[in-house]
Design a binder for this molecule. Structure first.
Ligand code: FES
Length: 146
């Protein structure tokens, strides 16, 4: 597989890998195309992501994209973090082989789900876009389970 140097670096030494106890927000997503799964945990203070960790069972691209998402999101306001989409993730890695681009969705979706979880737990308003994304991910998951 023709991975960029950045992808290999993040895959071999992922940043912020591991579990977090009692996170303020947690996102869990699966990739319906391959069955890979990612958990992403957030520690949030005054709406700023102070700490972030992930656990991903997946391919090299899934692990590298998860790792780079944690770098991109750390220190950001949660609403800013929601702007990190899969294109930004792929760009930050210097590109991904075309057949691996779908793997980058996992990380961006898990981040959005973790922010959703945080807002929901704190009974805060949820941006319409985020609500829609959450609903469509839930649906995908249910369809997979059938
Ligand atoms: Fe499953 Fe890449 S093949 S996330």
């Amino acid at each position: 597989m023709d991975y960029s140097k950045k992808v290999l670096e993040h895959f071999q030494k992922p940043h912020n890998y591991g579990h977090m106890k009692n996170p303020d927000g947690m996102g869990k997503v699966g990739n319906p195309r391959c069955g890979d799964i990612m958990h992403l945990y957030l520690r949030i203070n005054k709406d700023v992501i102070k700490d972030i960790k992930f656990e991903t069972m997946g391919c090299a691209a899934a692990i590298a994209t998860s790792s780079v998402v944690t770098d991109l999101a750390k220190g950001k306001n949660i609403l800013e973090a929601l702007k990190i989409d899969s294109q930004k993730v792929v760009d930050a890695l210097g590109g991904l082989p075309i057949i691996k681009v779908h793997c980058s969705l996992l990380a961006a979706d898990a981040l959005a789900e973790a922010v959703y979880d945080y807002l929901k737990k704190n009974k805060r308003d949820i941006p319409e876009e985020l609500e829609k994304k959450h609903e469509s991910l839930k649906k995908e998951h249910e369809e997979e389970a059938e």
